[in-house]
Design a protein around this ligand. Structure first.
Ligand code: SAM
Length: 216
């Protein structure tokens, strides 16, 4: 099945028409085979603007959300980026085409394994995946130029702020378990951070030591 027309339509209608202007990101989303990141029965829906189930009660984020989060990171080619919540691997694949190194953490081993397979298949060898609770970041690989959290946190975990380079950007959904505000935090200096609200959003919960507890 050739999905290239559906993919271009998705980018035109749900990404560019909604204000995404980063040319390189737009090009990456036009090229990246998003349907490979969902199971076969859902592949025909991969280019709609919805989050879709990927098993384990988790989702692949909607294309617009991936686009706005990525654009908000203001990436440079040489950046090292940390993603929390590998999920399907789609966001990691987008990042991998824009920067040198992507470090991605996923707490559910099955999802990480599946994501790794797809990322290998399409040649994203600069994505490094670790299976663990990502609410403490990835200390051994820090600092990062950018951090993107693709699950909703009750508060901003301190580790993420500490693991940002000066000038680094963190994009994270923060709020209740049902709805959050997507925030961007910029580390202006050692102890000074700028906070901005980007938009309202709905993410699955960030579960872990510095996030939601499994049962909440
Ligand atoms: N970025 C993903 C993609 O492109 O498909 C979407 C991620 S999905 C909305 C959120 C993911 O965060 C889930 O796979 C979930 O298991 C993961 N997650 C939740 N809490 C986590 C934690 N503490 N550490 C690592 N991953 C976590």
């Amino acid at each position: 099945m050739d999905y290239s027309i559906a993919r271009r339509r998705m980018v035109a209608q749900h990404v560019v028409a909604r204000g995404i202007h980063d040319e390189e990101l737009i090009h990456v989303m036009e090229e990246l085979p998003r349907h490979l990141f969902v199971e076969e029965a859902l592949q025909s829906q991969a280019y709609t603007d919805y989050a879709l189930p990927i098993g384990e009660k988790q989702t692949i984020s909607q294309p617009y959300m991936v686009a706005i989060m990525t654009q908000s990171l203001e990436l440079k080619r040489s950046d090292r980026v940390l993603e929390i919540g590998t999920g399907s691997g789609y966001q990691a694949a987008v990042l991998s085409r824009l920067v040198t190194h992507v470090y991605s953490v996923e707490r559910i081993a099955n999802l990480a394994r599946r994501a790794r397979r797809v990322l290998d298949k399409i040649g994203c060898s600069n994505v490094h995946i670790q299976v663990c609770d990502g609410t403490s970041g990835w200390g051994e690989q820090a600092p990062f130029d950018a951090i993107v959290v693709t699950a909703g946190a009750p508060d901003i975990p301190q580790h993420y702020l500490q693991q940002l380079e000066i000038g680094g950007r963190l994009v994270i959904p923060v709020g209740g378990s049902g709805a959050q505000i997507l925030k961007r935090v910029t580390r202006v200096s050692e102890n000074h951070f700028d906070y901005e609200d980007i938009l309202e959003c709905r993410f699955v919960p960030l579960i872990g030591k510095h996030g939601w507890s499994q049962t909440s």
